[in-house]
Design a protein. Sequence first.
Length: 350
Amino acid sequence: MSEAVNRDVINTECVIIGAGPVGLFAVFELGLLGIKCQVVDTLAHPGGQCTELYPDKPIYDIPALPVCGAQELVDRLLEQIKPFNAGMHLGQEVAELARRADGRFDLVTGTGTRFDAGAVIIAAGLGSFQARRLMVPEADRFEGKQIHYRVRSAAEFHGHDLLIAGGGDSALDWTLDFCGKARSVTLVHRRAEFRAQPASVARMRDLVAAGRLRQHEGTINALTIDGDRLVGAKVLGPDKTLTEVGCEHLLAFFGLHPKLGPVANWALALEKKAITVDTEKFQTSVPGIFAIGDINTYPGKKKLIVSGFHEAALASFGVQHHVYPEKRQFLQYTTTSPIMRQRLGVAPPD
């Protein structure tokens, strides 16, 4: 079946909801099976949580890559799926999904893009999510300028005075990363205990003891503003004293508000805000809708990228069987299969 647009409706064999690493790998696996797809994501760029939350953070558990930056991983996946020419619809949320009497699916995004799909793969990560914001007066004036909830380019903060707020892994990871690269780093957390990895907390405390890092227990309750510039913040300690901390940039890592969003209205079986699936083909309670990556749940579920890749491979075979039930399925290998090498656009082996 070829892709077609009829009366502004995009006809496709499969729609993938989510352009994170697992969704992108599903494009590859479907492509090997000769199945065309369209990808929809609420973010304005591919990469999902990897590029949204920690683009420069190293990842160590991708097979055959001893270390790989999150953005690098996404870039490699985008290069890998180029031969399959998947349609990308970014900055759009799938608002409506309905199964028709003929077994196909109608999908509509919030911007009005419409799809007629043979199957659907939901690879939406945590679902619709937003960073928890710094709730102090006038913070919104500086968001994206001097107040940040993510790090897009670490180099932009080098040589500056930084105030980092939070007690989880993101806050500690960036505190440790910027220490020695920024002109100064101050860490603020509301209590003495941290949620981050113990090794990171121990290293942070060593840097504080060595005088290379400042750390305050308390909460930010006001900003210090000079004209149109943020120049610092006031930290309210547990003893109700105020400490003035100067900074050029304030990075707040308070975690995310994970929400399923419209997915919760699609009549799919859920368990603790995750979509339940089988482990044969990662199909949901609705035939023809599959869920892979962090958004699904099943006995033994592990939220790892490598597990999501495995799920994408099996879900792709599930999609093929659902869209073409009469077609005989057999496993082919990219090293030996002429048709797969043709789909990939590579020369046959000598």
